[in-house]
Write a protein that binds this ligand. Structure first.
Ligand SMILES: Nc1ncnc2c1ncn2[C@@H]1O[C@H](COP(=O)(O)OP(=O)(O)OP(=O)(O)O)[C@@H](O)[C@H]1O
Ligand SMILES: [Mg+2]
Length: 256
């Protein structure tokens, strides 16, 4: 279980989070939305223990991640897979080396064992390993790179929690849809807790079972799709105004 307790965070003088309270259980798929600069990516950075709050606590499985020695932080991070907006693959390594990197560096598996796992994982994320395993990331489309990044996260840590920062931004609709179905598949098959930050409201509605809206470093909404549609909170209405159509056009696409 993940918990933000009254979390305040500032970069130098700049106050970004102003008292965030959130509880997220395993099995949930939570979408975090909000205007640019509202602090969404910062929330993910705090969850990974890359930053620590000036006030309040970030708790993962009853442990305050910021009060742990580096060794224990690393143990917690093993449960968390992060997919960065641009995929953040190693440019000079092949796709196969990217996906198998962690196993190669941190385990005693043989190259054959690692190759087998890498091929299986590429299949799982919907990529044909024969065609791309030796390619460099730059030779792949943005959508394929994003899938390689998800595969790498899954093979690195066997995570219980997956964090996605803008996973479909900048992709064509078909590639975006593929990423969304991969996120749903992970959730259904592995019961992974997914936290997705996005500007793409239509995409958010397809995967989320709970929605959190952050405005200026505060949670202004936390609830279901139906509650989101009915919210009369001014900040929520303002934020959603441009997306009214997609908000009301969606029924429950979660398991399609
Ligand atoms: N390393 C940093 N140093 C100083 N300020 C930062 C840093 N990272 C982010 N900020 C500032 O903190 C605020 C929140 O940033 P954050 O990246 O969390 O926003 P966001 O909600 O993810 O925005 P976007 O939707 O554009 O990705 C922004 O005003 C940003 O300029
Ligand atoms: Mg961001």
């Amino acid at each position: 279980m993940i918990e933000f307790r009254n979390v305040h965070f500032a970069y130098d003088e700049k106050e970004v989070l102003r008292g965030i309270n959130l509880q997220i259980d395993y099995g949930e798929t939570v979408v975090i939305m909000g205007p640019s600069g509202s602090g969404k990516s910062t929330i993910l950075r705090l969850l990974l223990g890359l930053e620590c709050p000036q006030k309040g606590d970030v708790i993962i499985d009853q442990q305050d991640i910021c009060n742990l020695p580096e060794k224990d932080k690393r143990e917690i991070r093993k449960n968390i897979g992060m997919v960065f907006q641009n995929g953040a693959l190693f440019d000079s390594l092949s796709v196969g080396e990217n996906v198998g990197y962690y196993l190669f560096e941190h385990t005693r598996m043989t190259l054959d064992e690692i190759s087998e796992k890498v091929e299986k994982m590429l299949g799982f994320v919907g990529l044909d390993s024969d065609e791309i395993i030796d390619s460099l990331p730059e030779q792949l489309s943005g959508g394929m790179q994003r899938r390689v990044a998800i595969g790498r996260a899954l093979l690195s840590t066997d995570p219980k929690i997956m964090l996605y920062d803008e996973p479909t931004t900048g992709l064509d609709p078909q590639s975006g849809a593929n990423i969304l179905s991969l996120i749903k598949k992970l959730h259904l098959e592995r019961n992974i807790c997914s936290i997705m930050v996005t500007h793409q409201i239509a995409d958010a509605l397809q995967v989320g079972d709970r929605f959190v809206v952050i405005v200026e470093g505060l949670v202004v909404f936390d609830g279901s799709l139906d509650e989101l549609r009915e919210s009369q909170e001014l900040d929520v209405l303002n934020f959603l105004a441009p997306f009214r159509e997609s908000l009301h056009g969606v029924t429950n696409k979660r398991f399609i």
